[in-house]
Ligand binder design. Structure first.
Ligand code: ADP
Ligand code: 5GP
Length: 192
């Protein structure tokens, strides 16, 4: 069980796939080098350039289910027909050391974090400027097949309805100005 008085802070980024959260998180890690990103487990296949243990722990479905049974995850969810989960041990160890953490979760994961951590979880929803822009970004990234892009766009419509349910909401329209707003929020949460 995590001690809620631990000094480490929890930042959660929630955004429909393709909004730009990986790009934004990557910049944040440069500006806040002490902010450690949690590496989730997923049953989806790696995209080109993704490295096991860095981007995700790529895990077979059977093993993932065994890990659920074993209580490995603080939360897990089925997203776009794959499973994703956050390791409990990773969080406990990091928070005990006073380490601040950043998570990239879907809305289900963000809701679980709010239930588990309460106000200790600082959840930032990042919205795309429009569904048209989101589709352009997903297609421009060129990492997913058409069927997968359609599934992600459908899911995005539902996720966007949740945009005002969290602690902060911002739109990733022009990258640099959106990043500046995000950096200000994260700086405030971390107290730096
Ligand atoms: P996510 O992690 O949310 O799925 P990515 O960070 O992979 O999204 O970004 C999806 C695509 O959109 C990438 O090709 C990225 O370069 C591009 N992108 C990110 N932010 C912006 C922005 N503000 N304006 C235009 N394109 C963007
Ligand atoms: P992608 O396949 O594009 O990397 O991620 C798809 C979705 O899964 C994104 O919305 C991302 O935030 C979410 N996700 C990634 N890791 C986790 C996790 O550990 N738990 C949950 N609930 N969602 C996750």
């Amino acid at each position: 069980m995590v001690d809620m008085e631990e000094r480490g802070k929890i930042v959660v980024i929630v955004a429909p796939s393709g909004t730009g959260k990986s790009s934004l998180i990557s910049r944040l890690k440069g500006d806040f080098p002490d902010l450690l990103e949690s590496v989730s487990h997923t049953t989806r296949s790696p995209r080109e350039g993704e490295v096991n243990g860095t981007h995700y722990f790529f895990t077979k479905v059977g093993l993932f289910k065994e890990m659920i049974e074993a209580g490995t995850f603080i939360e897990w969810a089925e997203v776009h027909s794959n499973y994703y989960g956050t390791s409990k041990e990773f969080i406990d160890t990091a928070l005990k050391k006073g380490q601040s953490l950043i998570f990239d979760l879907d809305v289900q994961g963000a809701d679980s974090f709010k239930d588990y951590f309460g106000d200790k979880a600082n959840i930032i929803f990042i919205a795309p400027p429009s569904l048209e822009d989101l589709e352009k970004r997903l297609r421009g990234r060129a990492t997913d097949k058409d069927e997968i892009i359609k599934r992600r766009l459908n899911n995005a419509k539902k996720e966007i309805l949740r945009k005002n349910d969290y602690d902060y909401c911002l739109v990733n329209d022009e990258f640099e100005s959106s990043y500046a707003k995000l950096k200000e929020i994260v700086g405030k949460v971390l107290g730096v």
